[in-house]
Design a protein around this ligand. Structure first.
Ligand SMILES: [Zn+2]
Length: 290
């Protein structure tokens, strides 16, 4: 019974992701972050990072294919043509859906598991075409020297998925955190793609230790942020996951854990895709998985 309930929940979550993200009208906005780095936000899909300079263009994530003309318009406004390098922070469609559109002349880079998952697809995502696949993959990290910057692409252990990377511009202190950071809202953890709630919390702790205090953080979803915002996220993660662990000790089921809710303090973290109830159920499911 429990297995069936869990599958139904995931199917629902995936369906909601598709409708919550794909069916909303995007509103594109480009922000100059620091140095050569810009952030393109559509409000409905993963934030894009763009470095534009003397060596050309490096792009981080590319949202959905159907947004490509609008993204190109935003890029042209900051003098960015076709990218030379395209980094995928992870395999989800709202971060890699434009790989065919933007990968043409680019070397696509990603953690090993991103290529594997794009190649295989899953119940809700068809296998990617060859031209959309990363051609340069790495296990833990790769460093680029581009546009006057040392750019470290650093893979985290399982968290949001099992193939998450951050992209760290060492000189301008800008870091694209992919979906390891949902600023000000409950994160989505894709347990079916090797994601893990405890790993996500641990990675967040590690990022706070690693990154410089004045870093500018581009989250996967949400506005341009700071380490203080990431600290708030860690506090939310630690407090709410401790509560879920207590509930598991008390013998609560996944459903009961979700229905028990959270103190009012965390109400603003709930959003259309990951509501308080879904966040609690996701944690319960991750902590009770074999
Ligand atoms: Zn994602």
């Amino acid at each position: 019974m429990k297995g069936i309930a869990v599958t139904a929940f995931l199917g629902l979550a995936a369906g909601l992701a598709a409708t919550a993200l794909q069916d909303q009208e995007p509103e594109f906005k480009t922000t100059a972050v620091a140095g050569s780095v810009h952030m393109i936000d559509s409000g409905v899909a993963g934030n894009i990072g763009v470095s534009v300079g003397v060596d050309g263009v490096l792009m981080i994530d590319d949202q959905f294919a159907r947004f490509a003309p609008a993204i190109r318009e935003q890029m042209e406004a900051i003098g960015a043509g076709a990218p030379r390098f395209l980094v995928n922070t992870h395999w989800h469609g709202d971060h890699t859906g434009g790989n065919l559109e933007f990968g043409g002349a680019a070397t696509i880079l990603a953690q090993d598991n991103v290529r594997k998952r794009l190649l295989a697809g899953d119940g809700r995502t068809p296998p990617a075409e060859k031209a959309a696949l990363p051609v340069l993959t790495y296990d833990d990290r790769v460093t680029l020297h581009f546009n006057g910057e040392e750019i470290e692409v650093y893979a985290l252990g399982p968290g949001h998925t099992d193939g998450d990377s951050i992209v760290w511009f060492k000189d301008s202190k800008v870091v694209h955190l992919g979906d390891h950071f949902f600023s000000g809202r409950f994160p989505y953890i894709d347990l079916d793609s090797g994601g893990d709630v405890a790993g996500f919390v641990e990675n967040t702790r590690r990022l706070l230790e690693m990154l410089p205090d004045d870093a500018k953080l581009i989250p996967g979803h949400g506005p341009l942020s700071t380490k203080d915002d990431l600290r708030q996220t860690l506090r939310m993660l630690e407090t709410t996951t401790a509560l879920v662990r207590e509930r598991i000790e008390q013998g609560m089921t996944e459903l009961e854990c979700g229905d028990a809710g959270l103190p009012e303090e965390w109400a603003t973290w709930s959003w259309n895709f990951i509501t308080t109830k879904r966040w609690l159920r996701l944690c319960h499911r991750s902590f009770t998985a074999d």
